[in-house]
Each structure stands twice: as structure tokens, then as C-alpha cells.
Design a protein around this ligand. Sequence first.
Ligand SMILES: Nc1ncnc2c1ncn2[C@@H]1O[C@H](COP(=O)(O)OP(=O)(O)OP(=O)(O)O)[C@@H](O)[C@H]1O
Length: 616
Amino acid sequence: MTWSDGVTESTRRPQTRPTQLPYVPPHLRNNCNDGAFSSMPTSLNDYAVNNANSYGFTSTTESTQAPLGRGGRGYGHRGRGGRGRFHQTQEQEQEPYNIASKLEELEVNVDDESTNFGAYEDIPVEVSGSEIPPPASSFEEIELGESLNRNIKRCKYVKPTPIQRHAIPIALAGRDLMACAQTGSGKTAAFCFPIIHAILELNRFSKPGRVAFPLALILSPTRELACQIYEEAKKFAYQTRVRVAVAYGGAPIVHQLHNLEKGVDILVATPGRLVDMIERAKVSLSMIRCLALDEADRMLDMGFEPQIRKIVQQMDMPPCGSRQTLFFSATFPDEIQRLASDFLSNYIFLSVGRVGSSTDLIAQRVEFVPNMDKRNHLMNLLRGQNANGTHGKHALTLIFVETKRGADALEHWLSVNGFPAIAIHGDKVQMERERALKSFKSGYTPILVATDVASRGLDVPHVAHVINFDLPKDIDDYVHRIGRTGRAGKSGLATAFFSDQNMPLAKALVELLQEANQEVPLWLNDYAKRASNIVGGGRARRFGGSKFGGYDFRRDAPYEIENDPYSSTYGSFDGTTSSYDLSHANSYAATGVDSYSTGSYGHEFSHETIVASGWD
Ligand SMILES: Nc1ncnc2c1ncn2[C@@H]1O[C@H](COP(=O)(O)OP(=O)(O)OP(=O)(O)O)[C@@H](O)[C@H]1O
């Protein structure tokens, strides 16, 4: 279907628990006179004020959109990513952590804009579903149209990232999509480009009025992320007739409504504010042709599911099958996939990199730090950065803590001790949250202490170091948190303070570190083994034991598909291989295939694994 078709833990200690010694980074042992962040700027930068959407409204011609379909060809080829470098020696265990040299090695303290797009070479891609449109190797090949291509060039995007190469053709073909890709790999553009393109093709733009009738709705779990997506979408839609607007809580509704009245084609919103606007009859979803959920697993977890069901199923949005639905996230637990499938029709599952994996661009370090030592340990780390010059505007540090009170307390303690820090959490009013983020982004306050409110989606350039002062309970949250660094081909560093309380996370953490070719401390392995015996390993892996690649939960068991025009159940995958014309993806290193078809599904359902070269 294309848009045109349907408007219509335990406290037992492991024997190898490390003995805590006062931490002194090697480069600081003969140098204790550092003044933390002595070179901070003295005045607050001028902050740019977000302008409201100011595109001139244009009315439109009613036209029937030409089909967006680009050939739903099944393909099959394969290759498994050669992973494997994984060292662990006693010597390494005992070696103190030299953060400064690590940062140097990672080149995170430089002013240049160097990126390592080659890091996205050999990234495993897994696609399953029926009639999968082939990937594209360049933006030109995707044919997004002149105005969008001009904006892509303005953004200095030379080549599509792997997620973009696969997801954009799928979305352009009008297919529903559940897509997973590593943090910082360009998912925002992967859903924005097809949406903007489809509206342009439709050539039917919104009109001003008391009730807004957006054609596309993008939902975000946090206000900050909604604003970020809005800004990105505005860039992508620059000098087109496509109007973008944003609606989020904590800010005056009047101003947002005023903007909506000018007409809106793409509405970016947080669920609560959107429901409010719909109930005030200021927004109608009856014209929605595309629904996109960013951080989709978060959107559908316990907190948001009722609101999402209300918006999608109980308002006036066209039903599943009559609209296009796109779900994106870096993590996708299978129970959430199951939930998500309620909102999707005959969808394609796409994963670029292992679902929930972290990118190799992020150097991860886990240190055993008892709770009472955390503050001193943190101070030593920060002093180490300062001594190395890795601080300030171009090497921001993001510190995650568990609680809002903890965030305020740590912010205060850091500030009192001469480290410019600011906190962001859900108890702050929206203006304070925005101010904190701006102060951090500008480098004026190069340390941000945050709760998980800042863990998802936020794209802040120059975050060189993410410190998990308190580790989260869920490995997915850890993945999102560390993903605030190492974005868009740049390197980053992530340090986690692990204490006895974090035992339930140990197994999943070990797996994640191994997959990302990171060093695993012996003591952490020991915790992981004990965790398995004591607490069952926590929520280790969520993918039904699949060791590689993304995991489409539909592969597990016969599954009842709702809203499926072809059949009521999937049979189990039978391993039938589908073929793929390699000439179509000239930059693919394809070496193997896992491909399946469903017996009772009525048409081919392929599952494949490929190794994509890309984003170089
Ligand atoms: N094709 C491209 N070429 C160069 N840079 C790109 C490209 N696509 C996206 N980027 C940049 O990469 C950065 C990360 O993109 P984005 O925020 O969309 O990542 P994400 O996958 O949504 O991350 P997260 O999972 O944390 O939400 C952004 O600064 C974006 O401008």
C-alpha cells in the first residue's frame, strides 16, 4: 500500500571482587595541581531561540498520488560479520584505567569533525517479511526528488547510512516497517525522508484552519526528542511546501495551537500533549497517512502503551492497513515487538547491527566502584580529563544517575567542587530542562547530570564521555545511554561504575561487551556467572537465543496476524531461500543467506542476513 491508496540483586561477593585502591590515573601521579575546568568560558553563550515554523502556507492542487512502489522484490544473500577480537588477561585486569590515554586514542578531544564512517563497514543487516524492496546504495539511486536532495546536500549527508539504505526504499514502497539500528546511525532521516517525499509526491498540502489535519504523525517519548526531531524535519523540508509543527507538554499550549492553525503536514508530538489537543478538537488524525514512532519500544512499554492505543486505535486515525506505520528504535525486546505488531500490517522487520547492540565506535569500560566511593572516583575521572585537556566545549561529559534527587545532589556536589555541572530530569520544569540542555550543548556547562530522560535519541555533538554513575536496571537502557556518544561515525568513551547492586545486569553486560569487542574484566565475568546461578541472569538476551543479527519475533512461534489481508497465521519458517539480484546493491559484501518462507502465509516471507558495507 502506498499513501495514495488509503486516506481513508543478592549481595554475595564473588571471590574475584576487586580490591578498591584510591584511583590515580597514571598521568596524574606526578601532577596534582590541576584546576578543574580552569579554562571555562566566563559568559553564557547566546542561545539561538527556536523559531516557530515560518514557512509560508500554500494551498494545493488536489491530486491522486502516483504509486510510490519501487518493486517489492524478495532478495537473498548473506554473510555473517566476522566478529571476534576479544582479549582478556590478568595483566589487563590489574592495569589502572588511563582515561586520558583512552581519550587520546579515541581522538575525542579534537576540534575537527573527523568521522569514521568506515566503522559501519561489514555491519550485519537482517531483513524479514514478504516482498522486500531492495536497498539502495546512494541518495541519487533512491530518487528522493530535487528539493529533498538539495536539503540532503545542505545537511552534508554524502551517502546514506546502512539503516537509511534499507529503510528508505521500504518506506517509499509504502510498506509498514519495524526497524532497529544502532544509536546514532541516522534513524531520524530514515523515517523523515520518505515521509517528506511522499507528501511532496502527493502534492496536497495542509490548509490553515481551526482544526489541524496532519498527513503524518511522528510520536516521541520525550519532549526534548520531539523538539530535536522537529528541528531535523524542518531542515529536511526546507524550502519545500511541507509544513512541520511540534506539540509537547510543559510548554504553553496556546503558542503550539497557534502554529497548528497555520496548517501542518507533519506533526511531531509527545503522546500526552497530542491527546489533549485531540480532545480539544484542535487536531484531527483522520487524514493521517503515515504514523512513525521513534524509540518505538519505549513508546510501547508500560508507561506509554495506553496513550498510544488511545491515539492510534480510539481516535479518528485511519486503521492499520489504511495508513503506513513505521517503528524505529535501537532496541526492540520481543515482548514489545509482539505489542507493536498490533499496529502494523504485513510489515517488514529490519535490523541493522544486532538489535540492542552498541556500536564499535564506543569504547566501553566497566569499573568496580562501591557506592560510597563513587563520588571520589568520578572526581578523579573528571580531573583526568581536565589534565588531558579533554574537557570543555568539544568534549562534553554526560553522567547518568538513577534518581531525580540523585541528579540534583550530584550536580550540587560537582559544582561545589569546581566542576561546572547542570542537571536534567523529569521534575524540572520544561524551561529548566531546555536551559540545561542548551547550556550543555553550548559547552558552557560541559557536564550534564541526567536521569533516563536524556537517554533516548538526543543527538548532542561532542559528547565524548558517558559515565554511568548509577547503572540502569535494564541493558537496553544502558545501550541507549552510552549511545549519546559515538554518534554519526565519531568515536566515544563510556565508563560504568559497577557495584554489588548491579549483579542482575552482569550477564547482559558481559554479552554486550563481548559483542562489541570490548574488554571484559574477570571480576565482571564472575559476577555474571553468579548472577546466572542466583537470579537467573537477569534480562540477558531478548532475542530468543539468536546469537547474531536482529531478531524478528515472528520467527519463534506461529503467530496470529491481525489486520493481515492474506492469512491468519504464520507457519514456522521453513528455510526456503529467496534470491536477490546482487547487481542491485553493488557495494554489498554478501556471503550467506538465511531465508524462510511461510507455509500458510500465502506469499513468500523471507528472512535474510547480509553484510552490508556502507556509510563510507
Ligand atoms: N547520511 C548521513 N550522513 C552523515 N551524517 C548523518 C547521516 N544521517 C544522519 N546523520 C547524522 O548522524 C547523527 C545521528 O543521527 P540520528 O540522531 O538520526 O541517529 P539515531 O539513529 O536516531 O540515534 P538514536 O538511536 O540515539 O536516536 C545526526 O547528527 C545526523 O545529522
